[in-house]
Design a protein around this ligand. Structure first.
Ligand code: F6P
Length: 474
């Protein structure tokens, strides 16, 4: 029996944090994030449902309404969290799709859990969707959902968007279940990627590893198990942030005051460098520390006149490679501070914590130079948040060319984090940049981020999905 929702979002996580008190009473808070801000108005206007995991193992919660949306929790057992989420999603696919920065592990038990959990998500979406509904599936954790859902509900229109990169076929081919993943994705009417490279990588994989026909950005999918032949379209949709509300937050008096306070707490340095990331090996945090450490060693900058704040928010802490990374980063921070601190004045202020958006906006405003040095990154929304927060036009963005954001923010100082000598020169250029040039670059960046916000991103995807639906019907 079809459900009631005309629009269904399917994502690994629900857009709320659920807590259950000692008496078993359930409460929720809206989880911060651009995706939910962008989708909430559409969901409210069009009877939307959101299918996702609560983020906690073995939490069995019935569907409920929150924030004008119908939320459908998908339960995961503790073993499934280990095998589907920490294992296949974050121990296999995440490193495989990020240039094998660390070795992906291939385990059959992880794959079986991924397959089983994707089926559960597809069934939940099939039950929530009204006849002829539009279903938007998100990200690498749910690549099998489009084809599974199409089998259950051939009447719905299905889109999928990849928030992370899609790897070149030479790397993707390592995956023992590569055909199953491509087959899963080709169940969609529209597949969205962050950069044109990602879309091209996907299409090359389809050409090389399947017998389906690729013409331009369309794949003709042959008839199979009672389903007629159809087309899957592939497009590029760089994601963004809720620019206006972030700008307003950054421009507020409280945030302005807090930014000054932060600088004072740091001893009013001449130059404040800032890094903000989840503690993830894709973010190039060790490269960033190396660059700063060498600038101090070479005497090109002096502490504490030049100092760095590194926010590294805890992430995926039970996955082995994340534990190793934490140790490496913390040893490196300790070494730099050991070598270059004065009493009470350290060159690196390392914060392994998560902060509310207000504090982040104040940090962005307080900083002179933002360092985004990812080794590979689907987009990197921190870069866009930093730009939106520069209401005084006086910050400089240093941005790795291996981020999706590098395509969208060409007025940043773009660098290669593997080229330590080159990167040191770029950071010095950022530190020494004349005020007029800073303002010119930042003004241009801000115009782009204001125009291409997350609402425009979601509208474009939904419009293209509606066009696909029309073709589908015709
Ligand atoms: O797209 C990558 C992503 O899954 C984001 O959606 C999310 O913000 C981030 O990685 C962290 O993911 P999680 O904590 O759910 O593993």
């Amino acid at each position: 029996m079809p459900g009631k929702a005309d629009v269904v979002v399917v994502a690994n996580r629900l857009p709320v944090d659920i807590s259950v008190d000692a008496k078993g009473k359930l409460s929720w808070d809206r989880a911060p994030g651009g995706l939910v801000t962008a989708l909430a108005p559409v969901m409210r206007a069009r009877k939307g449902a959101w299918v996702g995991w609560s983020g906690k193992p073995d939490l069995d919660v019935d569907a409920f309404d929150a924030d004008g949306m119908h939320l459908v929790p998908v339960e995961l057992s503790a073993t499934e969290v280990e095998d589907y989420y920490e294992g296949f999603s974050n121990g296999t696919l995440w490193p495989l799709y990020h240039d094998v920065i660390v070795n992906p592990e291939f385990h059959r038990a992880w794959w079986n859990a991924y397959d089983a959990v994707n089926r559960r998500f597809a069934e939940a979406a099939a039950n929530a969707a009204a006849k002829g509904a539009t279903v938007w599936v998100h990200d690498y954790q749910l690549q099998l959902v489009p084809a599974l859902l199409r089998k259950l509900r051939p009447d719905v229109t299905i889109g999928w968007f990849n928030h992370i990169p899609f790897p070149p076929v030479e790397i993707f081919s390592q995956l023992p279940w590569r055909e199953r993943v491509l087959d899963g994705l080709l169940g969609a009417d529209l597949l969205g990627f962050q950069r044109s490279w990602d879309a091209e990588n996907f299409l090359r994989s389809v050409r090389r590893l399947t017998s389906e026909k690729v013409r331009g950005s369309r794949v003709t999918v042959e008839a199979r198990s009672k389903l007629p032949a159809r087309e899957t379209k592939v497009g590029v949709y760089p994601i963004s942030i809720d620019t206006q509300s972030f700008q307003e937050l950054a421009a507020s008096e409280e945030v302005g005051k807090r930014a000054l306070e932060i600088r004072a707490e740091l001893g009013n340095p001449d130059v404040l460098l800032l890094g903000v990331d989840r503690l993830d090996y894709t973010k190039g945090i060790r490269h960033r520390l190396k660059i700063f450490g060498e600038l101090l060693r070479d005497g090109l900058v002096k502490a504490p006149e030049v100092c760095m704040v590194q926010v590294a928010s805890p992430s995926r802490e039970r996955v082995e490679q994340y534990k190793t990374l934490r140790d490496e980063v913390e040893v490196t921070v300790g070494r730099i501070n050991g070598d270059y601190s004065a009493l009470g004045r350290a060159p690196v202020h390392y914060l392994h914590q998560t902060f509310p958006m207000e504090e982040m906006a104040a940090l962005y405003r307080a900083a002179d130079v933002m360092l985004v040095t990812s080794l590979r990154d689907g987009m990197n929304l921190v870069a866009k948040e930093f730009v939106a927060a520069q209401v005084d036009l006086d910050g400089v963005l240093v941005l790795s060319e291996f981020t999706g954001a590098a395509d969208d923010l060409p007025q940043a100082l773009v660098m290669n984090p593997h080229d330590i000598e080159g990167a040191k020169r770029v950071v010095m250029r950022a530190i020494e940049m004349p005020k007029a040039e800073k303002r010119r670059r930042m003004r241009a960046l801000r115009r782009r981020v204001a125009r291409d916000d997350v609402a425009a991103w979601a509208d474009r995807f939904f419009d293209d999905l509606a066009a696909a639906k029309k073709e589908h019907r015709d």
